[in-house]
Design a protein around this ligand. Structure first.
Ligand code: FES
Length: 109
């Protein structure tokens, strides 16, 4: 693997992610956590911190494929990280995901 390829890291058991919801995960060596989302049997992973200000999206609500920030009500598409509601303008970082043997992995550098 070249140095700029991200390693797939095991995050959680898929069944631990609430349906149409999310689970916050911490990984050793990272200051901030990650959010693992479930939607219609698919899984997505993003950073946990809102890009508008330093607030954890884990305190927010997941609805209609979006994660809503608890502070100013901005939102992001959980699949792409694209901002979907003001005041968020900067994309939320998302990661490639795969599910193997019932566990969720994400390509986190
Ligand atoms: S901190 Fe998230 S919308 Fe402002």
């Amino acid at each position: 693997m070249s140095s700029n390829e991200a390693e797939f890291r095991r995050l959680c058991v898929a069944g631990d992610v609430p349906p149409s919801g999310f689970l916050r995960i911490e990984l050793p060596g990272y200051d901030d956590g990650f959010l693992v989302y479930e939607q219609s049997g698919a899984y997505f992973v993003s950073d946990e911190m809102c890009t508008h200000a330093l607030v954890s999206l884990s305190q927010g609500e997941c609805e209609d494929g979006q994660i809503f920030c608890p502070l100013h009500g901005g939102a992001f598409d959980i699949r792409t990280g694209a901002p979907t509601a003001a005041p968020c303008r900067i994309k939320l970082k998302t990661y490639a995901v795969r599910v193997e043997n019932g566990d969720v992995y994400a390509a986190i550098p």
